[in-house]
Ligand binder design. Structure first.
Ligand SMILES: Nc1ncnc2c1ncn2[C@@H]1O[C@H](COP(=O)(O)OP(=O)(O)O)[C@@H](O)[C@H]1O
Ligand SMILES: [Mg+2]
Length: 468
């Protein structure tokens, strides 16, 4: 298997097309047609849907498995698809299958790890590291993570890229052939060029660990001293395009959090929400990849966020537009919601649409943060919204097919869908609206975590004053 990987050609465009069609037809189409069943007969429909998704996921894994290395990244690209077309709980299924595939992939042999380090650092690894565990501690999407120690004693995580895979991927995302089918599936008939450009830029960014290091540094600086959010420091002088070195984090993986008592899961869920949405105000950026492999729970109950490969910067103007939209939804002011969505680029036929209908659609997916009550996020709640979104006979599906998924919103949608899917797994309960109001209206915090965070933010120069 490792040998085949070594011989992997630098272009896998044709095979990527194979994956794309596997994911679009098997995944999205099944999701779409079978969602109709789910709405008609919930139990039987759910069962069929689940079985079809499992089959589709396995088929996808079979295709990806035959492609080796580079395909895994393409599989990740396909995860963009899931945002709008695959119900969130099945997204987990795909991720599970992909994780199995990734875990089955042979790790980079030590001689290759050494070579990457030497090539990138321009010196033997012993110069930079006092110790480096030859066994990988974890798999990364296009490489792996080793635990090590610097000469000054600091324990570090060394994330390295598998160079052939990175090269192949880079070559291929530069060609339109790979990305446009994906973009077309995400935003059918609209804005394909812009979506292709956005996808390309984000994927190339994910390949550049120096850029990731920059984002991580910005987050680490902004959250230094935070009561429950931690971002490991980057060791800049040993970071390169294909090597990212950061402070080692000891923490419990998501599986442990899932097995924890309810109050701990609620707390964890609230921390995720505060980090993923709140960082827009704290750092002016957000992390679009809410995958559970990207954070660890610390012994004190705080959370360390590890992965900054998919970060999007939000400029002030866009932030204002997002806030205007959120305020309109909170007030159930339908015409204002339409106006805000139009300015954000979501609507192309605003004047022909019934504002009350648009408000209803927005509440279908984002309602969880606009209901002023204690609310448990359940997989059923998320599935129902997803089923409506992917049911071709539903009003919401018909309307939004004609409208737009603005490229600029792709990453936010990905984050939004990822977070709610993780909250559903946790079965987390909170008055999410009260938390959101801290950002939307600058309301005083309503939770213990909120008060601790408020204290931290007070007197700090924020990207946008949350009370402003
Ligand atoms: N600083 C760290 N401390 C401990 N483990 C880490 C650290 N950074 C990454 N890891 C481990 O490596 C895995 C992959 O890292 P990640 O940055 O998520 O890679 P990718 O960007 O490819 O998804 C994580 O799920 C985690 O288990
Ligand atoms: Mg990750």
């Amino acid at each position: 298997m490792a040998r085949e990987r070594d011989r992997m050609p630098t272009s896998f465009t044709r095979r990527a097309a194979k994956v794309t069609s596997a994911t679009t037809t098997q995944g999205a189409r099944h999701a779409a047609t079978l969602a109709a069943n789910l709405l008609r007969d919930e139990d039987a429909g759910a069962e069929v849907l689940e079985r079809r998704h499992r089959e589709a996921a396995q088929r996808m894994v079979a295709v990806l498995g035959s492609m080796k290395g580079g395909a895994m990244k393409v599989g990740q690209l396909a995860s963009f698809l899931h945002v709008e077309f695959i119900p969130p709980e099945y997204r987990e299924l795909y991720q599970h299958e992909l994780a199995a595939l990734r875990d089955a992939a042979p790790p980079m042999p030590w001689r290759l790890v050494e070579r990457v380090l030497r090539d990138e650092l321009g010196e033997p690894p012993e110069r930079a590291f006092a110790e480096l565990d030859p066994e990988a501690a974890a798999a990364a999407s296009i490489g792996q993570v080793h635990r090590g120690r610097l000469h000054d004693g600091r324990e570090v995580a060394v994330k390295l890229q598998y160079p052939e895979i990175a090269d192949a991927l880079e070559t291929d995302v530069r060609t339109v052939a790979v990305l446009s089918p994906i973009a077309r599936a995400i935003a059918p008939g609209v804005d394909v060029r812009a979506v292709v450009a956005e996808l390309r830029e984000r994927i190339l960014e994910e390949l550049d660990y120096e850029l990731e290091a920059q984002h991580q540094r910005a987050f680490a600086r902004a959250y230094r001293g935070h009561p429950f959010i931690h971002v490991p420091d980057v060791v800049t002088d040993v970071c390169r395009r294909r090597v990212l070195v950061s402070e080692w984090v000891d923490g419990a993986p998501f599986a442990d959090v899932l097995a924890s008592p309810r109050d701990e899961r609620d707390r964890f869920g609230e921390i995720l929400v505060r980090f993923f949405y709140g960082s827009i105000d704290v750092v002016g950026r957000f992390n679009a990849d809410a995958h559970p492999g990207n954070y660890l729970r610390r012994p004190d109950g705080g959370v360390s966020f590890l992965d900054f490969g998919a970060v999007k910067t939000v400029d002030r103007e866009r932030r204002q537009l997002m806030l205007a939209g959120a305020r309109a939804v909170a007030a159930r002011d339908a015409p204002a919601v339409v106006a805000a969505l139009e300015r954000l680029g979501w609507l192309r036929h605003a004047e022909t649409l019934d504002p009350e209908m648009i408000l209803r659609h927005v509440l279908l997916t984002s309602g969880w943060s606009f209901e002023d009550r204690e609310l448990t996020i359940t997989p059923e709640r998320v599935a129902l919204a997803a089923a409506a979104l992917s049911n071709p006979r539903s009003e919401v599906f018909r309307v939004w097919r004609r409208e737009n998924l603005p490229a600029e919103e792709l990453m936010f949608s990905r984050m939004d869908a990822g977070v709610v899917s993780v909250l559903a797994q946790l079965g987390a309960t909170a008055n999410w609206h009260r938390i959101a109001r801290e950002w939307i209206f600058g309301d005083p915090p309503s939770t213990e975590l909120g008060r601790a965070e408020w204290e931290f933010l007070t007197g700090r120069r924020l990207w946008r004053d949350p009370r402003g």
